[in-house]
Write a protein that binds this ligand. Sequence first.
Ligand SMILES: [Zn+2]
Length: 281
Amino acid sequence: MRRKSGIIAAVAILVLFAILGGAVTQQRTILKNDVRLMLVKLKLMPNTGQSPELPIKHKPSDVPTPNAVYYRDGVIVLMYHEVTKTQTDPKALLASKFKEQLELMKANGFHWITMGQYRDFILHHAPVPDNAVLMTFDDGYESFYQDAYPLLQQYQVPATNFVIVNTIDNPKHPGIPKLNWKQIQEMHRHGVDFFNHTYDSHSYAYADAKHREIRALLAGPVYQGKADKESTAQFESRIYKDLLKAQVKLHEEVGNTYDVVAFPYGVFFGKYDQDLQEPGH
Ligand SMILES: [Zn+2]
């Protein structure tokens, strides 16, 4: 049954894409990597790299279908990165487009669920509404507070943001400006969850001595500016410490009572998605 649900979750993504048109191109790539790998890892779908055929037929139309059932007992997980009013980065999604997507989902009878509901569905097969959608955002950009959060409030959408904890409230960290804890706590009081996207391992390092191949920091042993590659034990210790540090800080700042990790670039190594437990364990 769980396997069937997972397959439906995976293929249901296609229905939403059909309805939203090509508007979610950035998420499509990430869904392929993150969601498919996650479903494979959870043994909810076979590792074929192919999307199974859609079990429920529904022809996309220009007329809203608020009462249609596209899928049951499954969840679409949408993953966004930057949503901004003024598009400085071509990879960012314009807030006006994002608003259109919310409007389309609402008009076509999709039901947004919380991470808590998704967790109970995955772990305990708790029921979810028909056409369930989980909205997730990665990397904790400050624009999330400025431009995406007001729309989430307007449409009463529960959402999750996966943050790189050491970049929060850290002006020294390079890259796109990130959220601060004050903004995070305010949004958390109004239905946004914040979970672990590593403490500070959202990058790559060399995987071979000749520096030809790079590897995501959570994907396996690397050369981190040293002459020798770290051992498997050093690698294990490094990622365990990183993920735990992020988890402890998130517990302190927003009071999370359970933990969810989004692995950067959709890659992870062996058993580590299962091994991370409560702080102190
Ligand atoms: Zn990321």
